[in-house]
Ligand binder design. Structure first.
Ligand SMILES: Nc1ncnc2c1ncn2[C@@H]1O[C@H](COP(=O)(O)OP(=O)(O)OP(=O)(O)O)[C@@H](O)[C@H]1O
Length: 370
């Protein structure tokens, strides 16, 4: 049995734009393989090269060097309309004078698909995007979320090889956006088409994606599942961009059983899993997520023996309903953020100025690469 070709592959692709007579790199040498049927997100801050990457898949931009493959076929230099990929934008770009049915049927009619077949395919697609019964509505008679669904149905009805989505939910309010994220994932699962999704919203990427490429200044800093990227950020940039991270540095005091101990005082220490190359005296940077930390008033519990313990003083307490977020000035010299879930014992809250201990298990610390 042969393994299927990746739906999309970049081999040494880079893109430079000419700006005021100067060549500016937007995407630096990129090798990338997106699997068939994958929900793949390009995530990063404004200007990092996400849209350029997507436009090179679609054929709206040609690489300055390297090759783009779709289903194993070299499409570098092939016109967008010959690539069999579709794109959905934030501005839905629906035809205002056509109703829902006509908007979705448009592409099939142009391809001269038979009337009965069009009716069947449009009907199926409207059901998938939950718009059955809205066939006769004009775009202006529908909400933003409904219009976005029409745009999605119109793009998917042609069964493209891949669907490219450039911040498609950006115009919707938060609640609707969150609903559409769940919907989009369901729709993608049902149609089984490869989705490539561009966003600068980390929550959106974490919610929907099978894998995420985190981009920074034209390069992919990390590529992995939402869990890998959140739990094990490969760089300082990724740790800072995805969620909230606590970062602290120090020198290794000793290594035992694959764990390094960085001591800040007789009782304050951070314990982190390390590779065999780690040596006492090495300077390392360690990260831990706020929800992995337990905050105690009084003495640290015996259960924290073997893990990290940092004493500190509470600087800030912010009540968020489901959790209370603390900022603690620690003995390690760094301010730590702690998310404490508000369980039934809400009177257990610490106040500003309280002396506290932060503890967490060794596996929740990780060393930051760069
Ligand atoms: N047509 C162009 N001419 C010159 N420079 C460009 C052009 N398009 C993009 N750039 C530059 O290339 C870099 C990457 O742009 P790109 O639009 O791919 O980023 P992005 O991550 O999609 O950003 P955003 O989230 O703001 O859309 C930026 O520095 C941008 O200014």
């Amino acid at each position: 049995m042969t393994t299927p070709q990746p739906a999309i592959r970049f081999a040494g692709v880079h893109k430079n734009y000419l700006s005021h007579g100067e060549s500016v790199p937007a995407v630096k040498r990129m090798d990338l393989a997106i699997a068939q049927g994958e929900f793949f997100s390009l995530l990063g801050p404004s200007g990092c090269g996400k849209t350029t990457t997507m436009r090179m898949i679609a054929g709206f931009e040609e690489p300055s060097g390297g090759k783009v493959y779709l289903d194993g076929k070299d499409v570098t230099g092939v016109a967008p309309n010959k690539r069999d990929v579709n794109m959905v934008f934030q501005s839905y770009a629906l035809f205002p004078h056509l109703n829902t049915y006509q908007n979705v049927a448009f592409g099939l009619e142009r391809k001269k698909v038979g009337k009965a077949d069009i009716k069947k395919r449009v009907g199926e697609m409207l059901e998938i995007v939950s718009l059955t019964g809205m066939e006769k509505r004009a775009p202006k008679e529908m909400s933003g979320g409904q219009q976005q669904r029409v745009a999605l149905a119109r793009a998917l009805v042609n069964h493209p090889r891949a669907l490219l989505l450039d911040e498609p939910l950006g115009a919707l309010d938060l609640k609707l956006r969150q609903q559409m994220q769940i919907e989009l994932k369901r729709i993608q699962r049902e149609v089984g088409i490869t989705f490539v999704y561009v966003t600068h919203d980390q929550g959106e990427a974490l919610t929907m994606s099978d894998r995420i490429a985190v981009m920074n200044a034209g390069v992919i800093e990390q590529l992995g599942s939402p869990r890998e990227i959140y739990e094990r950020p490969a760089s300082r940039f990724v740790a800072g961009f995805i969620g909230t991270s606590n970062l602290v540095d120090g020198h290794i005091e000793r290594c035992e059983n694959g764990l390094a101990v960085v001591a800040y005082s007789a009782q304050d220490r951070v314990v982190v899993p390390v590779g065999s190359a780690a040596r006492p005296g090495d300077k390392i940077e360690i990260s831990v997520r706020p929800e992995k930390i337990d905050l105690h008033r009084g003495v640290p519990p015996v259960s924290s023996t073997g893990g990290s313990v940092l004493s500190g003083v509470v600087n800030e307490v912010v009540y968020h309903g489901t959790s209370t977020n603390y900022t603690v000035a620690t003995a390690a010299g760094a301010d730590f953020t702690v998310f404490d879930q508000n369980a039934s014992n809400a009177d257990d809250l610490a106040d500003r100025g309280d002396r506290v201990f932060l503890t967490w298990a060794p596996q929740h610390s990780y060393m930051i690469g760069v």
